[in-house]
Structure formats: structure tokens, C-alpha cells
Design a binder for this molecule. Sequence first.
Ligand code: FDA
Length: 379
Amino acid sequence: MDLLVVGSGLFGLTIAERAADAGRDVVIIDRRDHLGGNAYSEADPDTGIEVHRYGAHLFHTSNPTVWEYVNRFTAFTDYVHRVYTTHGGVVYPLPINLGTINQFFSSARTPDQARALVREQAGEFDPRTARSLEERGIGLIGRPLYEAFIRDYTAKQWQTDPRELPAEVISRLPVRYTYDNRYFNDTWEGLPVEGYTAWLERMADHPRIEVRLETDFFDETQPLNRRDTVGQVPIVYTGPVDRYFDYAEGELGWRTLDFEREVLPVGDFQGTSVMNYADADVPYTRIHEFRHFHPERADRYPSDRTVVMREYSRFAERDDEPYYPVGTPADRARLLAYRDLSAGEPGVHFGGRLGTYQYLDMHMAIGSALSMWRNDLAA
Ligand code: FDA
């Protein structure tokens, strides 16, 4: 073995694939019973509908290197992501755009008129000196839009009143003064034609790559553990950085999500893939309906059943899946201490969203793995 990769998410898979292509023998271990990390998906056993087990994953990028790279393993559909939100029993398009504004204010404002309205309503606070998320939110888009679309949704995401949340949690709240409600602005966007798992498995399908599942790096009863490998073989570690150092500098804060999956006896539950719920009286933040990610599979999916997944957000305990870094000032101080410790680990490269305590979209995880390969490992 020339390289041990801990974690088979997109970061680890990209490193492993590049290394194998360059003639290195690679072993990937993952503690889960499947590869692919959080991008993994599976066919729902009742309906055959592809379900993203760890939350909806939409691929998008403007990076030509990443786009060329991922297309070696899968083709992409022409799916374009759009999100809607329910507030006060009415459905509005997101991100907040001219359609949202005119529907909300029952008006027919032009772009300039809408801009003037939002500017006037936002005058209540200066976002630069805001003392809380609420003040900054109002300072960016005005109180009416903030209270309708941001306040309660944010409170559900953070289980905290936005008046108590630091202003830094949001830097901007995009408002579009057109009717364009494409969710992503990237050059390329789509879903893997044969599903995520086929894509991810293809990346690992190389005679020089061995994948060992249900194998935890910290389990000393399996041979490829931390104690017996560090300093012996180059390692790319994509698990949580605080766990690697036995939480010596304290635990980094994460938010997690709980998913409630249900098969419903209707052909179409909500008419779209993601519906947010902006109000406090609905406990979940959104509902995913997976059939809508693949309209091109309509003839293969049942017409009388559908799979939905309600999403609830909360702070993560140690045994929960870490999804989004919280990033308080204390977290950032701990992260710096962990970076110093990481620099002293012989032959261990920390990468991916858990290893660097950063939210990374898939294209960012792949792009950063390609850079690590090129800069630190290829020579
Ligand atoms: P990832 O978490 O995928 O992989 C890490 C792997 O390491 C896991 O398989 C884990 O089991 C393994 N591991 C950890 N500790 C270990 C140990 N001790 N021993 C062995 N293995 C260990 N991106 C995007 O582009 N579009 C989107 O729509 C979304 N949507 C989205 C929704 C949600 C809810 C989340 C949380 C994230 C997204 N993402 C996304 C981001 C996407 O999931 C992310 O870019 C990739 O997961 C990053 O891949 P990594 O390899 O860094 O981590």
C-alpha cells in the first residue's frame, strides 16, 4: 500500500482515484457500510425512487477542471434546481426575487420600484453595525420580508431566536430583482444520470484501489488504525479533525439534521423537489420529494406512490452526523489549535469538510482534493 485514505466521500475518492491513476496502490477505509460519504444515494425499497440518504445533493459548478473531471465518471441530466417556500399558507418562489416580492406585497412593481421599496424598508438598521442576526437581516431586506421568509426559518435551523444569534451568521441575503428563480448561478448543473452511487463506485473502480467498509480508523482491532499506520504510510484523513486528536482542544460545534422518510400513496405530493416551510408552526424546515429530481425517469417511477423526506435541524451531539459547522468564535479558536496540531502529524494530510471543519459543496470538495493531490502528494 502506498497511500491510506480515511473516508470514502468525494474528497477521499478523488484523492484515491488520482493516486491510483498515477500508479499508486491505495486502500480506502470507511466506517460506514457504503462508500461515497454524504453524497451516497440508494433506491427506496418500496418504490425504486432514488433517495439521497444524507439530504438532497444537487451538483453544480463553474470550475471547468472539476466539470471535466466529474464527467469522466458520469453524465449529468439537465435538471435545474428551484426551491419554493410556504409562508402563511401561500407558496412563494425562492431565493427572494421579483416574483416573491410582488406576490408578497400583492403588487406589480418594476425592478427599480422593488429595489426602492426594499431599500426603504431596510433603512431601519445598518447591516454593518447590526448587533444580531435579526438586525442584520432587517438591515439587508427590510422587516416585512425578513419576518416572513427568514426569521422563523432561521430560528428552526438554529433552535435559537435570531435576536440571540450573532450577526455574522449571515453576511448577505440575496434578493434578485428579476423573475429568475434558478437556485444556483453556476455554469453547469445537473444530477448524475445513473444516480450518485453509480458515479461514486466508478471513481473507486480501479485495480489499484481497495475499499474496506465498516472499518473505523480509531478501532485498534482492525489493522489500518491510527496507532499502527501514522508515520508508516502516507495518509489522507477526511474524518473530523477534533476526533483525530481525541478532542484535545475541545469539540468543534456542528449542526445536524434528522430526516423522516415516508412513502405516500399519491403520484405527486408537492409538485416540486424541495418545499421550505418558513413558519414556526411547522416543526420541520423543508420537505424533499425525490421523484422530482429525475423527471426523465417518470416512466420508471410508480405513478401511485412517492417518497418524501421531512428535514429537521438541531445542534449535533458527539454521536450525531456532523453536517454544518457552527463556527462560533470559540470554534474558530479551536480550529486554529487543531491546524497547528495537524501540521505536526507525520505524513498525515487533513482534507474534506470534516478534516478542515468547513462546509464544502461537492465541487469544492473535489476541487480541493485535486489541489491537494497536485500540490502535496503527486510528486
Ligand atoms: P463526506 O462527509 O462525504 O465523507 C467523509 C467520510 O469519512 C464519510 O464517509 C465518513 O463515514 C468517513 N469517516 C469519518 N470518520 C471516519 C473514521 N474514523 N474512519 C473511517 N471513515 C471515517 N453539496 C453540493 O454540491 N450540493 C448539494 O446539494 C449538497 N447538499 C448537501 C446537503 C447536506 C445536508 C450536507 C450535509 C451536505 C451537502 N452537500 C452538498 C455537501 C457534500 O455532502 C460534501 O461536499 C461532500 O460530502 C464532501 O465530501 P467529503 O469527502 O469531504 O466528506
